[in-house]
Ligand binder design. Structure first.
Ligand code: DQQ
Length: 457
């Protein structure tokens, strides 16, 4: 096993497993005052082709973690001999932690419970609890259950889709989490718009609306709309994307003790498979993200307030400062600028002094687009160089507010509490640690703050 701490691309303040491969967040749950985060884990390989287990970690504060023993492993008896795929955790009607997850192959739904406070999990003898997709619709795939309780029982959506037609979130109901009755699709997509397979559906009430998250076409998509709890149908009225590209996927949420809706997303690697194997690890988790419902059926997304506890030494704390001499590969940058119409601002991170490598966060006021430009992030080979972007319209008099998190190969950008861009970058040079700001047009810096971000491990 390579020395992981020697890898300059391995994040130091984002959650990741001790080693090897991680993908989707699984079954996040707030239980007995602690945050549990489980995740798709291949404990023996770094390239994603190993059988999937559920890794497990616990936190008192949402940002510092203790690794726990693996929660679920594939075995010969539960219908999951080829992998324990993504699913959800809830407290059943007796308060017992319960997981519904997809076992493979074929894709079936399985149940496990913990009788010792989430230290160990027992797969139920009745597995699988759903042995096949609903009759007559022959979906291409059938996985990733998401659970919630209503007055008349438990409900669950399972990701699916019909090839060439569109993705489906299939709705089920159960009195006891074990006997499941198929009802109908909670929501159906159009293949040409959102692909023909919806992975990892996540469905929850938020403010005066409901949100359905789905992962499709390599991107994190969400629909906001009204859920009719009499007909059990969901009617989307708006749609958006989180992350702006393919680096953020399979997001999964939970409600904490204060009723906040917190979201985790998988931050995919964008270096080639050989590099991931050589590194001995792959995948990181996003920062915890707090979701809110904004007027006009828009999603609010920001880092959870607990992330402030990660701040170390303040390197800049004055809007009048310039960024020369400020360096780091693990930083938080907060920037607020008042902008005239047609003005633009660029913040370079992970820059070499000669500019050969630079990752650029850019807001173009004329185009009303926020983008994360990684096309010059690395001169290395086997690395994807992409631009991720989202539309961002500033209201009259509204300043641009950015929070940019740099954690070695991870870049997370939050803009005005309603857009989030995520990227992975692999600069080759050890001096790719400078910051740089450029503006054009009528721009006034209201706030500029930079913190070092120490390791959480
Ligand atoms: N990853 C899981 C699946 C899911 C996919 C398997 C999404 O259950 O559909 O690791 O990344």
């Amino acid at each position: 096993m390579p020395d992981l701490s020697a890898d300059p691309h391995r994040p130091i303040y984002h959650f990741l497993p001790p080693d090897n491969w991680m993908n989707d967040p699984n079954g996040p749950i707030f239980y007995q005052g602690r945050y549990h985060l489980m995740y798709q884990y291949a404990p023996d390989v770094a390239d994603g082709w190993g059988a999937k287990h559920w890794g497990h970690a616990v936190s008192d504060d949402l940002v510092h973690w203790e690794h726990l023993p693996i929660a679920l492993s594939p075995d010969q008896t539960a219908g999951d001999q080829d992998g324990c795929y993504t699913g959800s955790a809830v407290l059943d009607d007796d308060g017992t932690p319960t997981i519904l997850y997809t076992g493979v192959h074929p894709q079936v739904q399985c149940i496990a419970r913990s009788r010792d406070g989430m230290q160990t999990w027992d797969k139920r003898a009745c597995n699988p609890v759903i042995a096949e997709p609903p009759a007559g619709i022959a979906p291409k795939n059938f996985r990733d259950p998401c659970l919630w309780r209503e007055d008349d029982g438990w409900y669950m959506v399972i990701g699916s889709g019909v090839e060439g037609v569109g993705g489906r979130a299939l709705l089920y109901r159960s009195p006891d989490l074990m006997d499941w009755e198929y009802l109908h699709p909670l929501c159906e997509g159009v293949a040409t718009e959102t692909g023909d397979m919806w992975e990892c559906p996540d469905f929850f009430a938020l403010g005066d609306r409901h949100v359905l998250l789905i992962s499709a076409l390599g991107e994190q998509i969400y629909f906001i709309g009204h859920y009719n709890d009499a007909t059990h149908r969901f009617e989307p009225e708006s749609e958006g994307r989180i992350g702006g590209g393919v680096c953020y996927y399979a997001a999964k949420s939970f409600a904490d003790g204060d009723g906040r809706r917190i979201l985790w997303g998988w931050l995919r690697e964008r270096r080639d498979r050989e590099a991931q194997i050589a590194a001995g690890w792959s995948g990181a988790m996003s920062l915890p993200q707090a979701l809110t419902m904004l007027p006009g059926a828009r999603l609010g997304i920001e880092p959870a307030s607990e992330v402030e506890a990660l701040r170390g030494k303040a390197l800049v704390d004055d809007a009048g400062s310039d960024l020369s001499g400020i360096r780091g590969d693990a930083l938080e940058i907060e920037l607020e600028v008042a902008m005239g119409v047609d003005a633009a601002v660029e913040l370079g991170v992970r820059c070499t002094p000669d500019g050969r490598e630079e990752t650029t966060v850019r807001y173009d006021g004329a185009a009303q687009i926020i983008e994360l430009d990684m096309t010059r992030s690395s001169v290395g080979k086997g690395v994807e160089l992409a631009v991720h972007s989202r539309p961002l319209t500033l209201a009259r008099g509204e300043a641009l507010r950015l929070q940019v998190f740099v954690d070695r190969s991870v870049i997370e950008v939050y803009a005005n509490g309603r857009e989030c861009l995520v990227g992975r970058v692999y600069p080759t040079r050890s001096d790719a640690v400078d910051l740089r700001m450029r503006t054009s047009g009528d721009v006034a810096v209201n706030c500029l703050r930079v913190w070092e971000m120490p390791s959480i491990w």
